[in-house]
Ligand binder design. Sequence first.
Ligand SMILES: CC(C)(COP(=O)(O)OP(=O)(O)OC[C@H]1O[C@@H](n2cnc3c(N)ncnc32)[C@H](O)[C@@H]1OP(=O)(O)O)[C@@H](O)C(=O)NCCC(=O)NCCS
Length: 172
Amino acid sequence: MTADRAPLASLRPYLPSDAALCATIFRAAIEELTGDDYDDEQREAWAAGGDDVEAFAARLAGALTLVAVVEGGPVGFASLKGGVIDMLFVAPAVAGRGIGTMLLDALIKLAGARGVKKLTSEVSDTARPLFERQGFTAERRNVLRKGDVWLANTTMTKTLAGAAAPGSAAKH
Ligand SMILES: CC(C)(COP(=O)(O)OP(=O)(O)OC[C@H]1O[C@@H](n2cnc3c(N)ncnc32)[C@H](O)[C@@H]1OP(=O)(O)O)[C@@H](O)C(=O)NCCC(=O)NCCS
């Protein structure tokens, strides 16, 4: 394994003190990583969703949120709310190095351990290949309104391997 391929980040639970940095990562990831899929207006409308840091912090704290850390500083985060992957964002400076995959993989495992049978996410066009590689399949295309702007994403789902057949609840 080369130094390039060594794990770059470690994961830890979200702390309230991460809120402002996560909001910064959210905006930067949208502005700098989604330009092939969404135009300037769409990116601005989407990124503005992180401007109310208090509301953003409440959204992260109200979910199971993991933070990816490099040299002590947050560089990405992902959140799981029940059976929904709510957010997945990685700082542009470290994008394309497996951190998004690491975060999503960890949430899939946590969801399975919590008994989630089917994971769902509204996935951006930018993140869709990553979710596909993690075994998610597209269910439907959505068009969302953010202010005066319309954005498309895709509802994707993944049935978790440990999912029991209906009516076969394990007895321990
Ligand atoms: C989607 C997002 C979270 C992916 O984060 P990331 O850390 O870049 O993801 P990964 O590095 O795991 O995978 C991205 C690419 O890097 C490649 N990659 C994975 N591991 C790698 C490694 N160790 N070294 C180099 N490249 C690697 C992957 O093959 C993938 O290639 P792709 O361009 O064909 O998709 C990030 O782009 C982002 O924040 N996007 C904007 C916001 C967004 O769309 N969020 C999702 C909302 S549903």
